[in-house]
Design a protein around this ligand. Sequence first.
Ligand code: 4AD
Ligand code: MG
Length: 477
Amino acid sequence: MKISSVAELLQSTPDQMDVELKGWVRTFRANRFIALNDGSTINNIQCVVDFENTDESLLKRITTGAAIHVKGPLVESQGRGQSVEVLVKDIEILGDSDPETYPIQPKKHSFEFLRENAHLRTRTNTFSAVMRLRSSLAFAIHDYFIKNGYYYMHTPIITGSDAEGAGEMFRVTTLDDKNPPLTDGGEVDYSEDFFGKESNLTVSGQLEAETFALSLGKVYTFGPTFRAENSNTSRHLAEFWMIEPEVAFMDLAGNMDLAEDFLKYVLNYVMEHNPDDLDFLEQRQQQEDKTKPQAERNEMTLTEKLRFVIDNQFVRVTYTEAIDILRNSKPNKKKKFNYLIDSWGADLQSEHERFLVEKHFKRPVILFDYPADIKAFYMRLNEDGKTVRAMDILFPGIGEIVGGSQREERLEVLKEKMSALEIPEEELWWYLDLRRFGTAIHSGFGLGFERLVMFVTGMSNIRDVIPYPRTPQNAEF
Ligand code: 4AD
Ligand code: MG
């Protein structure tokens, strides 16, 4: 007989026919009612045990966390809040679970505790909902790009170049760490290393993606990226996933249009396909809000917030306008910001980004035309000679979710920029070649996948939206 999923059974009409299912016991009540979950949906199915005709020793083994196999007719449910239930004719314990030591008890656990038990936390409603949404978002992203004529490119994970020029990379080496070969000058001799040069885990697939944009036209990457920034915040991971489209013949305005359309598409997709998980997470957030002081509560429910982003145009403001707004803002004048904004050229902190989005504009904001000095070397220089065609998209509760730009397509300007930043031309000869042979304007952006998942799920710590977070001092599992 076919094994049905709980999701399927909850959708079907109770016709007294036998069904068969497998899953994990969430709770077992009154020696009679099993709440069974198999991961296919946030909802459990009730399986009713005929305890009078079931061995006591078997009943004892139906414990929270145990894996079981159940057979019996699907009938209309007597209980409230569910349409169907299974009358258990046959039950087999597939895997016992000791109720004394099983960490996931049927009660509320703190997220800190669940992070320490990340291998079991997807047995909870919150984390299974988050991971189903994560999966759905990943699919929606591919769906959007493929429908719109993009090619999915796999850029290398191990690389010799520092795309962002920020120097926050993890080294990849097979040299003997106790006794590495040295150059005459006494430095580690990477020419003897596995790749014959210093190599690192990539911080971004962008530079390679540009090579494909200037041949295939419209491409995107979606893969893991790595940053050794020692920032222990609720929005940073050392290993995170990034989506990076790159498009030939597209300028910065086109880049903004693309990002906005794309984000709205994926948000719409999950609203349509994952209503149960979103409902659950919405209620979770409302419960959590009740325990917080008024000022920290969410002004909108989770789905209101998603709708709000889908239904409203993102505001587009230049960096220069934003600095004016911030300089004259209340928290700046009253010295409430940790970093006060006093002059043009300052890098924006997340407190400033969130002020602009949540307090000033009350909408997603696209900031563009940033000072060249605070942005990466590859961004196109504007006519004013001091700003670049960069854009950051800022979301409520998150701050920066997207970073992108129009790329510098002029060979001479790019070479000057690299030389000013002491980036050796030999290292990026292939990148410069793109500007030598058939150069063209082109643009792209990077969306931090986990920040998107945070936004959609309402989870406030990035460690709770990736299966196994990698952060400073932590690479468990
Ligand atoms: O702004 P970033 O650094 O941009 C780039 O890497 C460009 N090369 C992208 C491009 O134009 N193709 O990173 C892009 C996004 C950020 O906006 C943020 O959402 C996310 O990646 N991000 C992180 N997410 C989690 N942990 C970190 N440490 C992150 N650093 C960046
Ligand atoms: Mg950025």
